[in-house]
Design a protein around this ligand. Sequence first.
Ligand code: ZN
Ligand code: ZN
Ligand code: ZN
Length: 375
Amino acid sequence: MTTGTPAPFTAADYKARMDRAARSAADAGLAGVLVAPGPDLVWLTGYHVPADTERLTVLVLAAGREPTLVVPTLEAPDAAAAPGADAMTLRDWTDGTDPYGVTAPLLETTGRFGVSDNAWAMHLLGLQRTLPDSSYVSLTEALPMLRAVKDAAELERLAAAGAAADATYEEIRRVPFAGRRENEIARELAHLLRQFGHSQVDFTVVGSGPNGANPHHEASDRIIEEGDMVVLDFGGLRHGYGSDTTRTVHVGEPTAEEQRVHDVVREAQTAACEAVRPGIACQDVDRVARKVITDAGYGQYFIHRTGHGIGVTTHEPPYMIEGEEQPLVPGMCFSVEPGIYLPGRFGVRVEDIVTVTEDGGRRLNATARDMAIVG
Ligand code: ZN
Ligand code: ZN
Ligand code: ZN
């Protein structure tokens, strides 16, 4: 497992990202980008707001202009300490003044702007009132690939996060499952992720028996029994980058049907990972996985997309889904996670993070994908 702390990103790294975002926005016909607190702001500036409150914080990016972060005065010292602070200008506004009046002069009056998906509606409406002739589009819609292609330093962090998730799986499969509650196993998963360097745990799914048939099940009081299939899906952030892996284990010896369903999912996952290479479309990855499952007769039980991007968040574009024609590009990172969910009975999912290389794909998770037998 990769250990140690990677060299922090510098103001120059953040400046390059901000420049790229402003250029991409101009190429997409936008007058600029408005970045609200959240993953886009973290990626562009390294700034984690102390709390995302009703007070306006927004980064304004436009080609040919100095990047400017509008912040509440009381948070200006935090913003000034952000790793990317030297690459942008700070403009603060105090309580009792109009934050949109501070922001509006930074924008063209009739432009179309990309806005972070998670921006507060009240802020967007406030800007709209101040600049009635401007218009707005969601950043994911306008620039879906903004954060999708990772550089070497980002890939190193994603690989280290994947290795930590792998170490977590190697440990958890050694613990007793039978007679214990899903919640207890989930707590151990979270503990292990932190032990292996995660600063944030995003999810610890423990779906035993029929609960495994619900892909959105997290964990419950259900007591795991001998004979249960158990879906384990866990991840979070390590040094600011995500992990997300799934293995499905079985308590004791599986039935022939359980083994068969697991074999089909594993075959689908392998085929989709092997299909990854530059130039194929995101939807092709989904199609490859889906074909294996459909050909085996379980198509109607594969009820979600095959994968999602990962970076400074654990779920982001690009999506491996029918209709997504975006071609794969070296440096993209995403999950490949087909599953079969038999309602009321059990579910199986196998998930690895894969990165696109010059001539194929490389998995960032390396633990055995067969159905481990646990006690
Ligand atoms: Zn069983
Ligand atoms: Zn997952
Ligand atoms: Zn996932």
